[in-house]
Design a protein around this ligand. Sequence first.
Ligand code: ZN
Length: 273
Amino acid sequence: MSARDEYRYARLSWPEVNEAVELGKVVLLPTGSTEQHGPHLPLDTDAFLCESVCLEAGRRAPDRVLVLPPVPYGLNLHHMDFPGTVHIEPETFVAFCLDVAKSVAYHGFEKLLIVNGHGSNAPLVELVARKTVLQTRSLCAAVSYLQLALEAFGRVRDTSVTAHADELETSLYLYLAAERVRMDRAVAGEDVRGRYLSSDSTPDYPVRFSDVWSRWTRTGVHGDPTSASAEKGRVAFEAAVTGLLELVEEWRSWPVGERSDQHSRPPEHPIRW
Ligand SMILES: [Zn+2]
C-alpha cells in the first residue's frame, strides 16, 4: 500500500501525506447530518449516502482522490421536534469545517472539494469554500452529490419532488443497505406550497425559506418514498460517482493563478482579514 493506492485520508502516514500532495490528489470532505428522515430511514441517511458516494469515487480513482473522515452533523434545529436529530449552530459548523479545510491546505493540498449530503448545509459549505479560497493559497469548492445524480435519476423516477426522505434518498439507501430501510413504514409527505414560497423550499422555488418542520409535517417526510427501489438507487448512485469523478478531473486541472496587485499606491498592508 502506498499513497497512490490509499484513498482514505486518515489511513495515510505522514510521509505518505507528502506523497499524496505530490500526486496532486483532490481532497474530498463529505458533510452530512444526523437527522430524522421519516419513520422509514435511519438518522444517518445524509452522512451515510454522501460518504458512500465519496468512498466509491476514491475506490475507483485512488491515485487522484483522498476522502477525509466525514462531518456527520449539520444545521438541523428546524428538525429538532423529531427525536434523535442533532443540531450544530451554523457558525460552529462553518468554523469547524473551515479549520479542517485550512489544515488540509496547510499541508500543501491545492484542491479541496466539500461534498455535501444535507440540504440545509448548502449555504454553509459554500461559505466554507469561499473562506478557504480567500484565506489560503488552495482552492476549495462545494457540491451537492444529489445534484450530480438528478439528471440520471430523472429518467427512472416516478415522483417529482426531490426534498427529504423522498424517492431519491430512499432508493439510494435501498441500493446500499436495504436491511436498514423500513419500507413498511414509508409514507408520502407534502409541504405547504404557494406561488413563490414553500415551507421547505426545494430548488424550483425562487424564494429561500425553511420553516420549522413540525409546523407542517407529522411524519418528517417531504416527497414520496413509497415508489423507491434499489434499482433506481443504483442508477442515482452510479451517476453521482461518475459525476464526482468527472468533477475531480476538472478540478485537478484547474489553474491556481498568481494574484497581481493593481494599486498605484502601496495597499494598506496593516489591514488584515
Ligand atoms: Zn437527507
